[in-house]
Design a protein around this ligand. Structure first.
Ligand SMILES: [Zn+2]
Ligand SMILES: [Zn+2]
Length: 425
């Protein structure tokens, strides 16, 4: 085979598309209910946007970005996450003049050079929601709630919500001193990445998945004990809001997320009993991000979720799609005159809103019916000499192999009335 899809990418085959349409449809519904309007930004941005927002010393910026020079010499990067571009657009379009918070959602591909594994790809499709311009902890509750309800409305169950606060520029530096004091005596036993993190990005020490680092990370002092008089009550309001809405959560002091821009609330949703790579949705507050990008101090909070991982979980939990067997009507024919007439019948069906296909070519009726079976259609309409003469068609119910002759003009009206399961939708 001379060519394959690039490593870490997949073709979304027609047989998979039902899942995609389903997830995208539910996403659109839920975003509408919560007032999050759709925005689409380019799939590439100036490289410096991500270095500034995501953070120079994060794995994403150091190792995972698809960066390139275009013919004008500018440094561009295929977006490795969604929030930075949304904030860039917020600034560029003066959205601070709109009623705040501005509620936006996006759906599109994200690119990261990562080691491919189940549910993790170098190009994946991401749904994200962002609420920008309001610091009230009620907006954090809204975002967590939105993520939680979205996943449940899809039919997913057995989900666990993990919650933490990573503080703010006022309280985090003090905490990092305490954290480093805790880690320092154990440096020799840590993995090489953690020894680097200790100096460059100590908060990420808590995030390490390597066995060697678990005891030290588990025993680390929790950030929650060091929150300032702005962050502590904020976190309290988030907890109370979630409790009021009946959303169960677990505090997890090791949850920090892999991006530098988070402040205060961070959260992740995982399937119960899932492994390290199992996060389905995650997000948090990023009150310093817009200022970092050159705007006035503007708070924001959001979450993102990977559609591939959602579909993986829909399958593993056996969630049935609504109407998974929608299939077109197959039109088969016998003889040259009927073959010409089939074109007309196919088009009449489609104009009537009924999906219809034919095999065409010089196939025997038997071969055509075999193909109809292979396509999984429920009904076939058969045209032959007799049918042409009498203005009828043979309606074959594939499952039973039962055939009945019906007036041709009746086919459409009968199908429309729904007394035959001819409609695909
Ligand atoms: Zn603080
Ligand atoms: Zn480590």
């Amino acid at each position: 085979m001379p060519f394959k899809a690039p490593r870490g990418t997949v073709d979304i085959m027609p047989v998979e598309q039902g899942y995609w349409r389903y997830v995208e449809g539910v996403a659109a519904q839920v975003c509408r209910l919560y007032g999050y309007q759709r925005i689409d930004t380019p799939i590439f941005e100036e490289t410096s946007l991500f270095a500034r927002s995501v953070g120079e010393s994060t794995d994403i910026v150091e190792k995972e970005m698809y960066s390139f020079q275009d013919r004008g010499g500018g440094g561009l990067t295929l977006r490795p996450e969604g929030t930075a571009a949304i904030c860039r657009a917020y600034l560029e379009h003066g959205m601070h003049n709109l009623p705040q918070p501005v509620r936006l959602h996006y759906l599109g591909p994200i690119f990261r050079y990562e080691r491919p594994q189940a549910g993790r790809y170098r190009q994946h499709q991401q749904l994200g929601c962002e609420a920008i311009g309001e610091q009230d902890a009620a907006v954090d509750v809204e975002i967590v709630n939105l993520a939680w309800r979205f996943l449940h409305r899809l039919g997913l169950g057995n989900l666990v919500l993990y919650l933490n606060s990573v503080g703010c520029p006022r309280c985090r530096p003090g905490y990092l001193v305490v954290l480093k004091d805790h880690y320092e005596p154990h440096l020799a036993s840590l993995c090489p990445e953690c020894r680097t993190r200790f100096h460059r990005n100590p908060l990420r020490l808590l995030d390490c998945k390597k066995d060697s680092c678990q005891p030290v990370a588990d025993g680390a002092p929790p950030m929650l004990d060091y929150l300032c008089d702005s962050c502590a009550p904020h976190f309290q309001v988030v907890r109370e809001g979630l409790e009021m809405l009946g959303i169960p959560f677990q505090s997890n002091h090791r949850l920090v997320r892999g991006l530098d821009y988070y402040t205060k609330t961070v959260f992740e949703i995982q399937p119960g009993g899932g492994g390290a790579q199992s996060t389905i949705a995650g997000g948090g507050r990023y009150d310093g991000l817009i200022e970092e990008l050159g705007g006035r101090p503007t708070p924001g909070v959001g979450f993102a979720t990977g559609i591939e991982r959602i579909i993986l979980n829909l399958k593993s939990q056996g969630v049935a799609l609504p109407n998974p067997h929608a299939s077109p009507i197959f039109v088969a024919y016998l003889g040259e005159a009927a073959r010409r007439d089939a074109l007309k019948l196919l088009e009449d069906l489609r104009q009537g809103g009924i999906a219809a296909v034919s095999a065409f070519g010089d196939r025997s009726l038997k071969a055509q019916l075999r193909q109809a079976n292979a396509l999984g259609v429920s009904h076939t309409l058969i045209l032959g000499e007799e049918e042409l003469k009498t203005g009828t068609v043979l309606l074959r119910t594939m499952a039973q192999g039962k055939q009945e002759r019906v007036p041709r003009e009746a086919v459409l009206s009968v199908a429309r009335e729904g007394s035959l399961p001819l409609r695909g939708d």
